[in-house]
Design a protein around this ligand. Structure first.
Ligand code: AGP
Length: 616
Protein backbone atom coordinates (compact mmCIF):
# COMPACT_ATOMS: atom_id res chain seq x y z
CA UNK A 1 0.00 0.00 0.00
CA UNK A 2 1.22 3.55 -0.66
CA UNK A 3 0.48 6.94 0.81
CA UNK A 4 -0.99 9.80 -1.20
CA UNK A 5 -1.31 13.46 -0.17
CA UNK A 6 -2.77 16.38 -2.11
CA UNK A 7 -3.41 20.07 -1.32
CA UNK A 8 -5.30 22.74 -3.23
CA UNK A 9 -5.99 26.06 -1.52
CA UNK A 10 -4.36 29.27 -0.36
CA UNK A 11 -1.32 28.09 1.58
CA UNK A 12 2.00 26.94 0.19
CA UNK A 13 1.43 23.29 -0.71
CA UNK A 14 4.97 21.94 -0.41
CA UNK A 15 5.40 21.95 3.41
CA UNK A 16 1.90 20.52 3.87
CA UNK A 17 2.52 17.72 1.38
CA UNK A 18 5.98 16.84 2.72
CA UNK A 19 4.79 16.74 6.35
CA UNK A 20 1.80 14.70 5.25
CA UNK A 21 4.00 12.20 3.43
CA UNK A 22 6.13 11.73 6.55
CA UNK A 23 2.96 10.89 8.46
CA UNK A 24 2.08 8.30 5.81
CA UNK A 25 5.50 6.64 5.59
CA UNK A 26 4.15 3.72 7.65
CA UNK A 27 2.23 2.87 4.47
CA UNK A 28 5.35 2.52 2.38
CA UNK A 29 8.77 4.04 2.09
CA UNK A 30 10.43 2.65 -1.06
CA UNK A 31 10.38 6.07 -2.73
CA UNK A 32 8.64 9.44 -2.56
CA UNK A 33 7.76 12.26 -4.90
CA UNK A 34 5.95 15.59 -5.12
CA UNK A 35 4.55 17.76 -7.89
CA UNK A 36 3.71 21.45 -7.46
CA UNK A 37 1.88 23.90 -9.70
CA UNK A 38 2.72 27.59 -9.73
CA UNK A 39 1.61 30.08 -12.39
CA UNK A 40 1.62 27.71 -15.32
CA UNK A 41 4.72 25.84 -14.23
CA UNK A 42 4.84 22.30 -12.88
CA UNK A 43 7.70 21.20 -10.66
CA UNK A 44 7.97 17.42 -10.31
CA UNK A 45 10.64 15.77 -8.17
CA UNK A 46 10.77 12.14 -7.07
CA UNK A 47 13.42 9.98 -5.43
CA UNK A 48 14.03 6.43 -4.28
CA UNK A 49 14.15 6.17 -0.51
CA UNK A 50 12.33 7.87 2.31
CA UNK A 51 10.74 11.34 2.24
CA UNK A 52 13.91 12.84 3.69
CA UNK A 53 15.69 11.88 0.44
CA UNK A 54 12.99 13.68 -1.50
CA UNK A 55 13.52 16.80 0.57
CA UNK A 56 17.22 16.73 -0.22
CA UNK A 57 16.46 16.36 -3.93
CA UNK A 58 14.05 19.33 -3.78
CA UNK A 59 16.37 21.61 -1.81
CA UNK A 60 17.35 23.86 -4.72
CA UNK A 61 14.11 23.66 -6.66
CA UNK A 62 11.27 26.16 -6.82
CA UNK A 63 8.76 24.55 -4.48
CA UNK A 64 6.29 27.42 -4.41
CA UNK A 65 2.69 26.85 -5.39
CA UNK A 66 -0.71 26.46 -3.75
CA UNK A 67 -1.42 23.16 -5.45
CA UNK A 68 0.60 20.02 -4.79
CA UNK A 69 0.39 16.22 -4.99
CA UNK A 70 2.71 13.90 -3.10
CA UNK A 71 3.26 10.14 -2.86
CA UNK A 72 5.21 7.71 -0.73
CA UNK A 73 5.51 4.33 -2.46
CA UNK A 74 5.17 0.67 -1.48
CA UNK A 75 6.27 -0.95 -4.73
CA UNK A 76 3.91 -3.45 -6.34
CA UNK A 77 4.86 -3.14 -10.05
CA UNK A 78 8.37 -2.00 -10.93
CA UNK A 79 11.45 -1.89 -8.74
CA UNK A 80 11.82 0.87 -6.16
CA UNK A 81 13.84 3.52 -8.07
CA UNK A 82 13.55 7.17 -9.12
CA UNK A 83 11.80 6.59 -12.45
CA UNK A 84 9.18 4.24 -10.98
CA UNK A 85 8.39 6.69 -8.20
CA UNK A 86 5.21 8.70 -8.25
CA UNK A 87 3.88 11.22 -9.28
CA UNK A 88 3.70 10.13 -12.93
CA UNK A 89 3.15 12.60 -15.78
CA UNK A 90 1.32 11.87 -19.03
CA UNK A 91 3.17 12.01 -22.34
CA UNK A 92 2.07 15.62 -22.90
CA UNK A 93 3.17 16.44 -19.33
CA UNK A 94 -0.16 18.24 -18.90
CA UNK A 95 -1.48 15.61 -16.47
CA UNK A 96 0.18 14.45 -13.26
CA UNK A 97 -1.18 11.56 -11.17
CA UNK A 98 -0.54 9.80 -7.86
CA UNK A 99 -1.94 6.34 -7.15
CA UNK A 100 -2.29 3.88 -4.30
CA UNK A 101 -3.38 0.44 -5.49
CA UNK A 102 -2.87 -2.10 -8.29
CA UNK A 103 -4.13 -1.90 -11.89
CA UNK A 104 -4.45 -5.57 -12.80
CA UNK A 105 -5.09 -5.10 -16.52
CA UNK A 106 -2.37 -2.48 -17.02
CA UNK A 107 -0.42 -4.63 -19.47
CA UNK A 108 -3.22 -4.84 -22.05
CA UNK A 109 -3.99 -1.12 -21.69
CA UNK A 110 -0.28 -0.29 -22.05
CA UNK A 111 -0.07 -2.34 -25.24
CA UNK A 112 -3.02 -0.48 -26.76
CA UNK A 113 -1.58 2.90 -25.79
CA UNK A 114 1.82 2.03 -27.25
CA UNK A 115 0.04 1.12 -30.48
CA UNK A 116 -1.41 4.62 -30.42
CA UNK A 117 2.02 6.17 -30.04
CA UNK A 118 2.36 6.59 -26.31
CA UNK A 119 5.78 6.04 -24.78
CA UNK A 120 6.53 4.85 -21.29
CA UNK A 121 9.49 5.62 -19.08
CA UNK A 122 8.66 3.46 -16.04
CA UNK A 123 7.59 -0.13 -15.34
CA UNK A 124 4.58 0.97 -13.33
CA UNK A 125 0.88 0.40 -13.78
CA UNK A 126 0.34 4.00 -12.65
CA UNK A 127 2.06 5.56 -15.67
CA UNK A 128 -0.30 3.52 -17.83
CA UNK A 129 -3.30 4.94 -15.96
CA UNK A 130 -2.30 8.61 -16.36
CA UNK A 131 -1.79 8.11 -20.11
CA UNK A 132 -5.09 6.26 -20.42
CA UNK A 133 -6.80 9.29 -18.89
CA UNK A 134 -4.92 11.57 -21.28
CA UNK A 135 -5.91 9.39 -24.22
CA UNK A 136 -9.60 9.45 -23.29
CA UNK A 137 -9.43 13.20 -22.70
CA UNK A 138 -7.93 13.79 -26.16
CA UNK A 139 -10.02 11.25 -28.08
CA UNK A 140 -13.31 12.47 -26.66
CA UNK A 141 -12.33 16.09 -26.02
CA UNK A 142 -13.82 16.06 -22.52
CA UNK A 143 -12.92 17.60 -19.16
CA UNK A 144 -10.46 15.94 -16.82
CA UNK A 145 -13.29 14.75 -14.57
CA UNK A 146 -15.14 13.08 -17.43
CA UNK A 147 -11.92 11.59 -18.78
CA UNK A 148 -11.04 10.12 -15.39
CA UNK A 149 -14.46 8.54 -15.05
CA UNK A 150 -14.43 7.01 -18.50
CA UNK A 151 -10.88 5.76 -18.12
CA UNK A 152 -11.65 4.11 -14.79
CA UNK A 153 -14.54 2.18 -16.30
CA UNK A 154 -11.84 0.40 -18.39
CA UNK A 155 -9.66 -0.42 -15.40
CA UNK A 156 -9.61 -3.63 -13.30
CA UNK A 157 -7.94 -3.45 -9.91
CA UNK A 158 -7.75 -1.17 -6.88
CA UNK A 159 -6.98 2.53 -6.75
CA UNK A 160 -7.03 5.75 -4.80
CA UNK A 161 -5.87 8.43 -7.21
CA UNK A 162 -5.46 12.19 -7.44
CA UNK A 163 -4.83 13.74 -10.83
CA UNK A 164 -4.15 17.31 -11.93
CA UNK A 165 -4.25 19.05 -15.33
CA UNK A 166 -1.96 22.07 -15.64
CA UNK A 167 -4.42 23.56 -18.12
CA UNK A 168 -7.15 23.62 -15.46
CA UNK A 169 -5.06 24.66 -12.45
CA UNK A 170 -7.93 25.25 -10.05
CA UNK A 171 -9.10 21.69 -9.76
CA UNK A 172 -7.94 18.26 -8.66
CA UNK A 173 -9.82 15.07 -9.54
CA UNK A 174 -9.79 12.10 -7.15
CA UNK A 175 -11.28 8.60 -7.35
CA UNK A 176 -11.44 5.49 -5.16
CA UNK A 177 -11.86 1.74 -5.45
CA UNK A 178 -10.41 -0.64 -2.91
CA UNK A 179 -7.81 1.76 -1.48
CA UNK A 180 -8.65 4.45 1.10
CA UNK A 181 -9.09 8.10 0.20
CA UNK A 182 -10.01 10.89 2.61
CA UNK A 183 -10.81 14.51 1.64
CA UNK A 184 -10.22 17.22 4.23
CA UNK A 185 -12.44 20.29 3.79
CA UNK A 186 -11.05 23.66 4.84
CA UNK A 187 -13.09 26.58 6.19
CA UNK A 188 -15.56 27.93 3.61
CA UNK A 189 -14.12 25.55 1.01
CA UNK A 190 -11.05 27.80 0.89
CA UNK A 191 -8.78 24.78 0.79
CA UNK A 192 -9.02 21.04 0.33
CA UNK A 193 -6.76 18.17 1.37
CA UNK A 194 -6.63 14.68 -0.15
CA UNK A 195 -4.90 11.78 1.59
CA UNK A 196 -4.84 8.04 2.25
CA UNK A 197 -5.94 8.79 5.79
CA UNK A 198 -6.60 11.95 7.77
CA UNK A 199 -3.17 12.22 9.44
CA UNK A 200 -1.81 14.75 6.86
CA UNK A 201 -4.69 17.19 7.38
CA UNK A 202 -6.14 16.61 10.86
CA UNK A 203 -4.22 19.62 12.21
CA UNK A 204 -5.88 21.87 9.59
CA UNK A 205 -9.43 20.57 9.58
CA UNK A 206 -11.53 17.90 11.24
CA UNK A 207 -14.17 17.99 8.51
CA UNK A 208 -13.65 15.09 6.15
CA UNK A 209 -15.31 13.05 3.43
CA UNK A 210 -14.28 9.41 3.02
CA UNK A 211 -15.07 8.44 -0.56
CA UNK A 212 -16.83 5.12 -1.00
CA UNK A 213 -15.73 2.55 -3.57
CA UNK A 214 -16.54 3.51 -7.17
CA UNK A 215 -16.82 7.18 -6.22
CA UNK A 216 -14.88 10.12 -7.58
CA UNK A 217 -14.78 13.84 -6.87
CA UNK A 218 -13.90 17.02 -8.72
CA UNK A 219 -12.41 19.43 -6.19
CA UNK A 220 -12.34 23.11 -7.17
CA UNK A 221 -10.19 25.52 -5.23
CA UNK A 222 -12.18 28.09 -3.26
CA UNK A 223 -15.42 26.79 -4.75
CA UNK A 224 -16.77 23.32 -4.14
CA UNK A 225 -16.40 19.58 -4.28
CA UNK A 226 -18.62 17.46 -6.52
CA UNK A 227 -18.80 13.75 -5.70
CA UNK A 228 -20.10 11.39 -8.38
CA UNK A 229 -20.50 7.68 -9.00
CA UNK A 230 -17.91 6.31 -11.41
CA UNK A 231 -20.31 3.67 -12.65
CA UNK A 232 -23.26 5.88 -13.66
CA UNK A 233 -21.99 9.44 -13.18
CA UNK A 234 -24.82 10.12 -10.72
CA UNK A 235 -24.16 13.01 -8.30
CA UNK A 236 -23.56 11.75 -4.76
CA UNK A 237 -24.41 13.74 -1.66
CA UNK A 238 -21.36 12.99 0.49
CA UNK A 239 -21.41 12.58 4.26
CA UNK A 240 -19.11 15.14 5.86
CA UNK A 241 -17.89 13.80 9.19
CA UNK A 242 -16.13 15.61 12.04
CA UNK A 243 -13.06 13.58 12.95
CA UNK A 244 -12.34 12.80 16.60
CA UNK A 245 -9.17 10.69 16.14
CA UNK A 246 -5.66 11.90 16.95
CA UNK A 247 -2.66 11.52 14.65
CA UNK A 248 -1.31 8.35 16.21
CA UNK A 249 -4.68 6.62 16.13
CA UNK A 250 -5.11 7.56 12.48
CA UNK A 251 -1.73 6.14 11.47
CA UNK A 252 -2.85 2.90 13.13
CA UNK A 253 -6.18 3.05 11.37
CA UNK A 254 -7.96 3.64 14.65
CA UNK A 255 -6.37 0.55 16.24
CA UNK A 256 -4.22 0.77 19.39
CA UNK A 257 -1.20 -0.93 17.80
CA UNK A 258 0.14 -1.76 14.35
CA UNK A 259 0.06 -5.47 15.23
CA UNK A 260 -3.69 -5.60 15.90
CA UNK A 261 -4.28 -3.42 12.83
CA UNK A 262 -2.26 -5.85 10.71
CA UNK A 263 -4.08 -8.86 12.22
CA UNK A 264 -7.33 -7.26 11.11
CA UNK A 265 -5.89 -6.32 7.71
CA UNK A 266 -5.48 -10.00 6.82
CA UNK A 267 -8.72 -10.37 4.81
CA UNK A 268 -7.58 -7.45 2.64
CA UNK A 269 -3.96 -8.59 2.53
CA UNK A 270 -4.98 -12.09 1.40
CA UNK A 271 -7.39 -10.62 -1.17
CA UNK A 272 -4.62 -8.39 -2.51
CA UNK A 273 -2.24 -11.36 -2.65
CA UNK A 274 -4.78 -13.43 -4.61
CA UNK A 275 -5.62 -10.55 -6.93
CA UNK A 276 -4.48 -11.17 -10.50
CA UNK A 277 -3.41 -14.74 -9.66
CA UNK A 278 -6.47 -16.70 -8.50
CA UNK A 279 -9.21 -16.84 -11.14
CA UNK A 280 -11.77 -19.48 -10.03
CA UNK A 281 -14.24 -18.49 -12.74
CA UNK A 282 -11.57 -19.44 -15.28
CA UNK A 283 -10.57 -22.44 -13.15
CA UNK A 284 -7.04 -21.14 -13.17
CA UNK A 285 -4.13 -19.79 -11.16
CA UNK A 286 -1.75 -17.41 -12.95
CA UNK A 287 1.76 -17.43 -11.52
CA UNK A 288 4.26 -16.32 -14.16
CA UNK A 289 7.14 -17.36 -11.91
CA UNK A 290 5.86 -20.93 -12.14
CA UNK A 291 4.62 -20.89 -15.74
CA UNK A 292 7.91 -19.48 -17.05
CA UNK A 293 9.81 -22.26 -15.25
CA UNK A 294 7.31 -25.09 -15.38
CA UNK A 295 9.72 -27.68 -16.79
CA UNK A 296 12.19 -26.94 -14.06
CA UNK A 297 9.50 -27.54 -11.43
CA UNK A 298 8.24 -30.67 -13.18
CA UNK A 299 11.74 -32.16 -13.37
CA UNK A 300 12.94 -31.01 -9.95
CA UNK A 301 14.49 -33.62 -7.68
CA UNK A 302 13.16 -31.81 -4.65
CA UNK A 303 12.17 -28.40 -3.29
CA UNK A 304 14.02 -26.92 -0.34
CA UNK A 305 12.08 -24.33 1.66
CA UNK A 306 14.44 -21.84 3.34
CA UNK A 307 13.42 -19.21 5.87
CA UNK A 308 13.73 -18.02 9.46
CA UNK A 309 11.22 -17.63 12.27
CA UNK A 310 7.68 -17.20 11.06
CA UNK A 311 8.81 -17.53 7.46
CA UNK A 312 10.28 -20.92 8.30
CA UNK A 313 6.86 -21.91 9.68
CA UNK A 314 5.30 -20.84 6.38
CA UNK A 315 7.90 -22.98 4.62
CA UNK A 316 6.83 -25.94 6.76
CA UNK A 317 3.24 -25.43 5.62
CA UNK A 318 4.70 -25.32 2.13
CA UNK A 319 6.24 -28.76 2.66
CA UNK A 320 2.85 -30.22 3.55
CA UNK A 321 1.19 -28.45 0.61
CA UNK A 322 3.75 -29.31 -2.10
CA UNK A 323 4.08 -32.96 -1.10
CA UNK A 324 0.33 -33.38 -0.62
CA UNK A 325 -0.79 -31.61 -3.79
CA UNK A 326 2.15 -31.58 -6.22
CA UNK A 327 3.88 -34.79 -5.03
CA UNK A 328 7.28 -33.06 -5.15
CA UNK A 329 9.67 -34.03 -2.32
CA UNK A 330 10.27 -31.10 0.01
CA UNK A 331 12.73 -30.32 2.78
CA UNK A 332 12.50 -27.32 5.10
CA UNK A 333 15.67 -25.61 6.27
CA UNK A 334 16.47 -22.81 8.69
CA UNK A 335 18.57 -20.31 6.73
CA UNK A 336 21.14 -20.15 9.52
CA UNK A 337 21.71 -23.93 9.51
CA UNK A 338 21.42 -24.53 5.78
CA UNK A 339 24.10 -21.99 4.92
CA UNK A 340 26.76 -23.68 7.04
CA UNK A 341 26.11 -27.41 7.01
CA UNK A 342 27.57 -27.99 3.56
CA UNK A 343 24.38 -29.53 2.14
CA UNK A 344 24.26 -31.62 -1.01
CA UNK A 345 22.64 -29.45 -3.67
CA UNK A 346 22.32 -30.08 -7.41
CA UNK A 347 20.98 -28.24 -10.46
CA UNK A 348 17.82 -30.28 -10.07
CA UNK A 349 17.03 -28.69 -6.73
CA UNK A 350 14.68 -25.72 -6.36
CA UNK A 351 15.11 -23.52 -3.30
CA UNK A 352 12.07 -21.48 -2.26
CA UNK A 353 13.17 -18.55 -0.08
CA UNK A 354 10.37 -17.27 2.16
CA UNK A 355 10.92 -13.84 3.65
CA UNK A 356 8.65 -10.90 4.55
CA UNK A 357 11.43 -8.30 4.52
CA UNK A 358 13.50 -9.93 1.80
CA UNK A 359 16.56 -8.81 3.80
CA UNK A 360 17.11 -11.56 6.41
CA UNK A 361 20.84 -12.21 6.39
CA UNK A 362 20.70 -15.96 7.08
CA UNK A 363 18.09 -16.58 4.39
CA UNK A 364 20.00 -14.43 1.89
CA UNK A 365 23.28 -16.21 2.60
CA UNK A 366 21.57 -19.57 2.29
CA UNK A 367 20.18 -18.86 -1.16
CA UNK A 368 23.48 -17.42 -2.38
CA UNK A 369 25.19 -20.64 -1.25
CA UNK A 370 22.48 -22.72 -2.95
CA UNK A 371 22.80 -20.73 -6.18
CA UNK A 372 26.58 -21.24 -6.14
CA UNK A 373 25.88 -24.99 -6.12
CA UNK A 374 23.53 -24.73 -9.09
CA UNK A 375 20.10 -24.56 -7.44
CA UNK A 376 17.24 -22.53 -8.92
CA UNK A 377 15.94 -20.01 -6.38
CA UNK A 378 12.33 -18.87 -6.14
CA UNK A 379 11.51 -15.95 -3.85
CA UNK A 380 8.30 -15.45 -1.86
CA UNK A 381 8.82 -11.95 -0.45
CA UNK A 382 6.64 -9.06 0.69
CA UNK A 383 8.98 -6.21 -0.23
CA UNK A 384 9.32 -5.55 -3.96
CA UNK A 385 12.91 -5.14 -5.04
CA UNK A 386 14.27 -6.45 -1.72
CA UNK A 387 17.66 -8.14 -1.76
CA UNK A 388 16.30 -11.69 -1.58
CA UNK A 389 13.73 -10.89 -4.28
CA UNK A 390 16.49 -9.55 -6.53
CA UNK A 391 18.77 -12.51 -5.77
CA UNK A 392 16.04 -14.97 -6.72
CA UNK A 393 15.75 -16.38 -10.25
CA UNK A 394 11.96 -16.01 -10.14
CA UNK A 395 9.29 -15.45 -7.58
CA UNK A 396 5.86 -14.35 -6.44
CA UNK A 397 5.31 -11.39 -4.15
CA UNK A 398 2.89 -11.40 -1.28
CA UNK A 399 0.87 -8.19 -1.29
CA UNK A 400 0.42 -7.78 2.45
CA UNK A 401 1.54 -4.16 2.38
CA UNK A 402 4.08 -2.87 4.87
CA UNK A 403 4.15 -4.96 8.05
CA UNK A 404 5.21 -2.54 10.79
CA UNK A 405 4.62 -4.70 13.85
CA UNK A 406 7.72 -6.79 14.60
CA UNK A 407 5.57 -9.89 15.08
CA UNK A 408 4.70 -11.25 11.65
CA UNK A 409 0.96 -11.79 11.15
CA UNK A 410 -0.40 -10.80 7.73
CA UNK A 411 2.96 -11.72 6.20
CA UNK A 412 2.54 -15.30 7.43
CA UNK A 413 -0.99 -15.80 6.13
CA UNK A 414 -0.12 -14.24 2.76
CA UNK A 415 3.03 -16.38 2.49
CA UNK A 416 0.90 -19.49 3.05
CA UNK A 417 -1.58 -18.12 0.49
CA UNK A 418 1.17 -17.85 -2.17
CA UNK A 419 2.59 -21.29 -1.32
CA UNK A 420 -0.91 -22.79 -1.54
CA UNK A 421 -1.43 -21.26 -5.00
CA UNK A 422 1.97 -22.58 -6.11
CA UNK A 423 1.27 -26.10 -4.83
CA UNK A 424 -2.20 -26.14 -6.37
CA UNK A 425 -0.90 -24.94 -9.72
CA UNK A 426 1.91 -27.52 -9.74
CA UNK A 427 -0.50 -30.23 -8.60
CA UNK A 428 -2.68 -29.49 -11.60
CA UNK A 429 0.32 -29.29 -13.98
CA UNK A 430 1.65 -32.59 -12.63
CA UNK A 431 -1.77 -34.22 -12.79
CA UNK A 432 -1.34 -35.19 -9.15
CA UNK A 433 -4.67 -33.65 -8.13
CA UNK A 434 -7.96 -34.20 -9.89
CA UNK A 435 -9.74 -31.41 -11.75
CA UNK A 436 -12.53 -31.52 -9.16
CA UNK A 437 -10.15 -31.28 -6.19
CA UNK A 438 -8.30 -28.44 -7.95
CA UNK A 439 -11.49 -26.48 -8.60
CA UNK A 440 -12.77 -27.07 -5.10
CA UNK A 441 -9.47 -25.77 -3.68
CA UNK A 442 -9.69 -22.70 -5.95
CA UNK A 443 -13.14 -21.86 -4.69
CA UNK A 444 -12.15 -22.49 -1.07
CA UNK A 445 -9.08 -20.28 -1.38
CA UNK A 446 -11.27 -17.55 -2.85
CA UNK A 447 -13.53 -17.84 0.21
CA UNK A 448 -10.67 -17.61 2.73
CA UNK A 449 -10.61 -13.79 3.17
CA UNK A 450 -14.28 -13.77 4.21
CA UNK A 451 -13.67 -16.71 6.56
CA UNK A 452 -10.71 -14.94 8.14
CA UNK A 453 -13.04 -11.97 8.71
CA UNK A 454 -15.39 -14.33 10.59
CA UNK A 455 -12.53 -15.84 12.61
CA UNK A 456 -11.57 -12.34 13.75
CA UNK A 457 -14.97 -12.01 15.42
CA UNK A 458 -13.74 -14.22 18.31
CA UNK A 459 -11.61 -11.30 19.50
CA UNK A 460 -13.73 -10.56 22.60
CA UNK A 461 -13.77 -14.22 23.76
CA UNK A 462 -10.03 -14.49 23.19
CA UNK A 463 -9.47 -11.36 25.25
CA UNK A 464 -11.33 -13.06 28.13
CA UNK A 465 -9.20 -16.18 27.80
CA UNK A 466 -6.06 -14.04 27.75
CA UNK A 467 -7.05 -12.50 31.09
CA UNK A 468 -7.31 -15.97 32.66
CA UNK A 469 -3.89 -17.24 31.50
CA UNK A 470 -1.79 -14.08 31.13
CA UNK A 471 0.39 -14.94 34.14
CA UNK A 472 1.10 -18.55 33.21
CA UNK A 473 4.87 -19.07 33.07
CA UNK A 474 4.66 -21.63 30.26
CA UNK A 475 2.36 -22.63 27.40
CA UNK A 476 2.22 -25.65 25.13
CA UNK A 477 0.79 -25.44 21.62
CA UNK A 478 -0.26 -28.65 19.89
CA UNK A 479 -1.45 -29.44 16.40
CA UNK A 480 -1.45 -32.30 13.91
CA UNK A 481 -0.86 -32.31 10.18
CA UNK A 482 -1.31 -28.87 8.63
CA UNK A 483 -2.04 -27.52 12.10
CA UNK A 484 1.37 -28.48 13.46
CA UNK A 485 3.03 -25.43 11.78
CA UNK A 486 0.19 -23.32 13.23
CA UNK A 487 1.09 -24.60 16.68
CA UNK A 488 4.72 -23.63 16.16
CA UNK A 489 3.70 -20.20 14.87
CA UNK A 490 1.28 -19.65 17.76
CA UNK A 491 4.02 -20.47 20.27
CA UNK A 492 6.45 -18.10 18.57
CA UNK A 493 3.90 -15.27 18.59
CA UNK A 494 3.33 -15.68 22.32
CA UNK A 495 7.05 -15.91 23.10
CA UNK A 496 8.14 -12.90 21.11
CA UNK A 497 5.55 -10.37 22.32
CA UNK A 498 4.54 -11.52 25.86
CA UNK A 499 7.91 -13.04 26.89
CA UNK A 500 6.13 -16.19 28.19
CA UNK A 501 7.94 -19.42 27.38
CA UNK A 502 5.90 -21.43 24.87
CA UNK A 503 6.60 -24.51 22.79
CA UNK A 504 4.84 -25.87 19.75
CA UNK A 505 4.70 -29.65 19.27
CA UNK A 506 3.08 -32.21 17.03
CA UNK A 507 0.20 -33.36 19.26
CA UNK A 508 1.22 -37.01 19.06
CA UNK A 509 4.68 -36.10 20.39
CA UNK A 510 3.22 -35.35 23.81
CA UNK A 511 3.67 -38.89 25.02
CA UNK A 512 7.35 -38.82 24.00
CA UNK A 513 8.30 -36.44 26.83
CA UNK A 514 6.41 -33.12 26.98
CA UNK A 515 3.44 -34.71 28.78
CA UNK A 516 5.70 -34.76 31.86
CA UNK A 517 5.26 -30.98 31.91
CA UNK A 518 1.49 -31.16 32.24
CA UNK A 519 -0.08 -30.03 35.51
CA UNK A 520 -2.81 -27.61 36.57
CA UNK A 521 -0.54 -24.62 35.90
CA UNK A 522 0.07 -25.53 32.24
CA UNK A 523 -2.30 -24.03 29.64
CA UNK A 524 -2.25 -26.16 26.48
CA UNK A 525 -3.51 -24.59 23.25
CA UNK A 526 -4.73 -27.41 21.02
CA UNK A 527 -5.69 -26.86 17.41
CA UNK A 528 -8.39 -29.46 16.93
CA UNK A 529 -10.18 -28.70 13.72
CA UNK A 530 -12.27 -31.41 12.09
CA UNK A 531 -9.88 -31.97 9.20
CA UNK A 532 -6.86 -34.06 10.00
CA UNK A 533 -6.79 -36.77 12.65
CA UNK A 534 -9.69 -35.36 14.73
CA UNK A 535 -10.29 -38.48 16.79
CA UNK A 536 -6.61 -38.71 17.66
CA UNK A 537 -6.42 -35.11 18.78
CA UNK A 538 -9.48 -35.68 21.00
CA UNK A 539 -7.54 -38.51 22.67
CA UNK A 540 -4.56 -36.18 23.13
CA UNK A 541 -6.83 -33.67 24.84
CA UNK A 542 -8.19 -36.34 27.17
CA UNK A 543 -4.61 -37.42 28.06
CA UNK A 544 -3.86 -33.81 29.03
CA UNK A 545 -7.12 -33.37 30.95
CA UNK A 546 -6.44 -36.51 32.96
CA UNK A 547 -3.26 -34.81 34.16
CA UNK A 548 -5.11 -31.61 35.10
CA UNK A 549 -3.77 -29.61 32.16
CA UNK A 550 -5.86 -26.60 31.06
CA UNK A 551 -7.14 -26.85 27.49
CA UNK A 552 -7.73 -23.92 25.14
CA UNK A 553 -9.02 -25.58 21.99
CA UNK A 554 -9.32 -24.06 18.50
CA UNK A 555 -12.15 -25.95 16.82
CA UNK A 556 -14.44 -25.72 13.83
CA UNK A 557 -17.70 -23.90 14.43
CA UNK A 558 -20.38 -26.24 15.78
CA UNK A 559 -17.96 -28.67 17.41
CA UNK A 560 -19.81 -30.13 20.43
CA UNK A 561 -17.40 -32.93 21.34
CA UNK A 562 -14.39 -30.86 22.40
CA UNK A 563 -16.61 -28.26 24.03
CA UNK A 564 -17.39 -30.93 26.62
CA UNK A 565 -13.76 -31.57 27.58
CA UNK A 566 -11.89 -28.29 26.98
CA UNK A 567 -11.71 -25.39 29.40
CA UNK A 568 -12.14 -22.90 26.58
CA UNK A 569 -13.19 -23.35 22.96
CA UNK A 570 -12.51 -20.88 20.15
CA UNK A 571 -14.49 -21.60 17.00
CA UNK A 572 -13.23 -20.87 13.48
CA UNK A 573 -15.05 -21.38 10.18
CA UNK A 574 -14.64 -24.70 8.37
CA UNK A 575 -12.19 -24.85 5.49
CA UNK A 576 -10.31 -27.60 3.72
CA UNK A 577 -7.42 -29.32 5.47
CA UNK A 578 -4.92 -27.80 3.00
CA UNK A 579 -5.93 -24.25 3.98
CA UNK A 580 -6.61 -24.79 7.67
CA UNK A 581 -3.29 -23.21 8.73
CA UNK A 582 -4.47 -19.79 7.55
CA UNK A 583 -7.62 -20.10 9.64
CA UNK A 584 -6.17 -21.67 12.78
CA UNK A 585 -3.41 -19.09 13.09
CA UNK A 586 -5.89 -16.20 13.48
CA UNK A 587 -7.07 -16.95 17.06
CA UNK A 588 -3.48 -17.69 18.08
CA UNK A 589 -2.37 -14.26 16.85
CA UNK A 590 -5.18 -12.62 18.83
CA UNK A 591 -4.40 -14.67 21.96
CA UNK A 592 -0.74 -13.65 21.95
CA UNK A 593 -1.68 -10.01 21.31
CA UNK A 594 -4.17 -9.79 24.20
CA UNK A 595 -1.92 -11.64 26.66
CA UNK A 596 0.98 -9.34 25.78
CA UNK A 597 -1.18 -6.21 26.20
CA UNK A 598 -2.44 -7.43 29.58
CA UNK A 599 1.16 -8.00 30.60
CA UNK A 600 2.05 -4.43 29.63
CA UNK A 601 4.42 -5.50 26.84
CA UNK A 602 5.30 -3.38 23.79
CA UNK A 603 3.63 -5.51 21.14
CA UNK A 604 4.83 -3.47 18.15
CA UNK A 605 8.45 -3.34 19.27
CA UNK A 606 9.11 -6.27 21.65
CA UNK A 607 12.35 -6.22 23.65
CA UNK A 608 15.52 -7.59 22.01
CA UNK A 609 13.83 -7.95 18.59
CA UNK A 610 14.08 -6.19 15.21
CA UNK A 611 11.66 -6.31 12.31
CA UNK A 612 14.31 -7.49 9.93
CA UNK A 613 17.38 -9.42 11.11
CA UNK A 614 19.92 -8.24 8.57
CA UNK A 615 22.88 -9.53 10.61
CA UNK A 616 23.93 -13.10 11.40
C1 AGP B 1 8.19 -13.37 13.40
O1 AGP B 1 7.09 -12.78 14.06
C2 AGP B 1 9.46 -12.59 13.61
N1 AGP B 1 9.30 -11.23 13.24
C3 AGP B 1 10.66 -13.27 12.95
O2 AGP B 1 10.68 -14.62 13.33
C4 AGP B 1 10.66 -13.21 11.41
O3 AGP B 1 9.66 -14.06 10.90
C5 AGP B 1 12.03 -13.69 10.93
O4 AGP B 1 13.02 -12.82 11.43
C6 AGP B 1 12.13 -13.76 9.40
O5 AGP B 1 11.95 -12.47 8.87
P1 AGP B 1 11.65 -12.36 7.29
O6 AGP B 1 10.33 -13.01 7.05
O7 AGP B 1 11.62 -10.88 7.03
O8 AGP B 1 12.75 -13.05 6.56
Amino acid sequence: MCGIVGYIGERQAYPIVIKGLKRLEYRGYDSAGVTLYNNGKITLVKKQGKVVELEKAAENLDTTGVIGLGHTRWATHGEPNDVNSHPHASNSEDLVLIHNGIIENYASIKKALIARGYVFHSDTDTEVLVNLIEDVKKQENVSLGKAVRKALTQVVGAYAIAVFDKNRPNEVVVAKLGSPLAIGIGKDNSEFFVASDASPFIEFTKDAIYLEDEEMAVIRRGRDIKVRSIIDDEVVDPYIQELQLDIEQIEKGGYDHFMIKEIHEQPTAITDTLRGHLLPEEGNIYLSGISDNIDRFKNANRIIMVGCGTSWHAGLVGEYLFEDLARIPVEVEYGSEFRYRNPIITEKDIVIAVSQSGETADTLAAIKMAKSKGAFVYGVCNVVGSTIARESDAGTYTHAGPEIGVASTKAFTTQVTVLAMMAMKLGKENGSISESRYNSLLRELEAIPAKVELALESDALIKEIAAVYKDSPNFLYLGRGYNFPSALEGALKLKEISYIHAEGYPAAEMKHGPIALIDESMPVVVIATKEGHYEKIVSNIQEIKSRKGKIIAVVHEGDEVIREIADYVIEIPHTTEELTTIMSTIPLQLLSYHIAILRGCNVDQPRNLAKSVTVE
